[in-house]
Design a protein around this ligand. Structure first.
Ligand code: F6R
Length: 357
């Protein structure tokens, strides 16, 4: 039940710190170490390439998951949109391992890929919020999100839980492969939960920014590089699906190769700046849009912040920054949709689980 919350989406955004803590507990063994079914770990270690298959927000979680898996397990990983992969399957290596990411576990686009990969005999894991769902039943292995039911059509806590599960899985496989000396994920996800809490407690500030930047515009941009680009894609999807503002998530460096032509006086451009190596470049790209009249906003990470930044997220393990930087973007979407008088939980033209191809 949503209790005193006006919409499930806000409740589900607020639940994220607790979801992180619960996940860590769920995946801990009696000794307090993270643990994953050894059969999953061994099958992954035996694989020469991981394929993440998903749609929508779950695809965006997969983009972050690729980074986590490659950094911690050293296994090359690709991420594909399920509706594209099934009928245009790339050349596969000898031992591919498939990870299906799906909140509902019912997405038809993802299932058609699973059916084909099952026919080819390739092993698969489903990361889902729904025990006993179709994808869970039809794949070899399942890891649950344990996020509690997600009712709002716009996915929030499932996205962060999906990333957290992939982070846990990556560390366990990395440990098993001897690539990681000291596990830090339990600690790091605890820091993430606290950082999320700080941000959900800053709703007033974010609501104010939503009114100032997004109340009358017809279009908007989120920009970033690397991990911040992945979050920009998710932030843009969230804003368009519940506010109906045409929004693009864009690689900051790619703007100048064409898309900057769309910037007009007052166009909102929101930059995500959480990665040291590219922070200056992203800020430079944002400045180029401001020089063309854009109404610019910066969401940065503590340590990389500059005076005038609008939202500064607490410092976390940079590999996990998406878990935290996404929170203000979820809240911006929520308040924007609310202020526009939309049905936040049930946006037009959308269904919670998409069971047709
Ligand atoms: C966006 C959203 C959708 C889903 C997509 C995949 O907020 O909810 O983009 O992420 O339809 O759904 P699942 O994860 O159930 O496979």
């Amino acid at each position: 039940e949503k209790g005193t919350y006006p919409y499930y989406m806000l409740k589900e955004i607020d639940e994220q710190p607790a979801v992180m803590r619960k996940l860590v507990l769920k995946y801990q063994d009696e000794e307090g170490k993270l643990s994953i079914d050894p059969e999953i770990v061994n099958t992954m270690m035996d694989s020469d390439r991981i394929y993440i298959i998903a749609a929508g927000t779950s695809y965006h979680a997969g983009l972050v998951g690729k980074k986590l898996l490659e950094e911690m397990t050293n296994i090359p990983t690709e991420v594909h949109v399920s509706s594209e992969f099934g009928y245009h399957t790339p050349l596969l290596p000898e031992k591919p391992f498939f990870i299906f990411i799906s909140q509902s576990g019912e997405t038809a686009d993802s299932r058609q890929v699973l059916v084909k990969m099952n026919e080819l005999g390739h092993p698969s894991l489903t990361v889902t919020n729904v025990a006993g769902s179709t994808l869970s039943r039809e794949s070899n292995f399942t890891l649950l999100l344990n996020a509690g039911p997600e009712i709002a059509v716009a996915s929030t806590k499932a996205y962060t839980a999906q990333i957290a599960v992939l982070a846990i899985l990556s560390e366990v496989v990395g440990m098993e492969k001897g690539l990681i000396d000291e596990p830090t994920m339990i600690h790091d996800l605890g820091i993430v939960a606290n950082a999320m809490q700080t941000l959900v407690d800053e709703k007033d500030v974010i609501e104010e920014l939503a009114s100032e930047y997004l109340s009358i515009t017809r279009n908007a941009f989120y920009i970033g590089r690397g991990m911040d680009y992945h979050v920009a894609l998710e932030a843009a999807l969230k804003l368009k699906e519940i506010s109906y503002i045409q929004t693009e998530g864009f690689a900051a460096g790619e703007l100048k190769h064409g898309t900057i032509a769309l910037i007009e006086k007052g166009t909102p451009v929101i930059a995500l700046v959480t990665e040291q190596a590219v922070a200056g470049h992203t800020r430079g790209n944002l400045q180029e849009t401001r020089a063309r009249g854009a109404h610019t906003m910066v969401i940065s990470m503590d340590g990389l912040d500059r005076p005038g930044d609008h939202i500064v997220i607490p410092k976390v393990n940079p590999l996990l920054s998406a878990l935290v930087s996404v929170i203000p973007t979820q809240l911006l979407s929520y308040y924007c949709s609310l202020h526009r008088g939309n049905d936040v939980d049930k946006p037009r033209n959308l269904a919670k689980s998409v069971t047709v191809e």
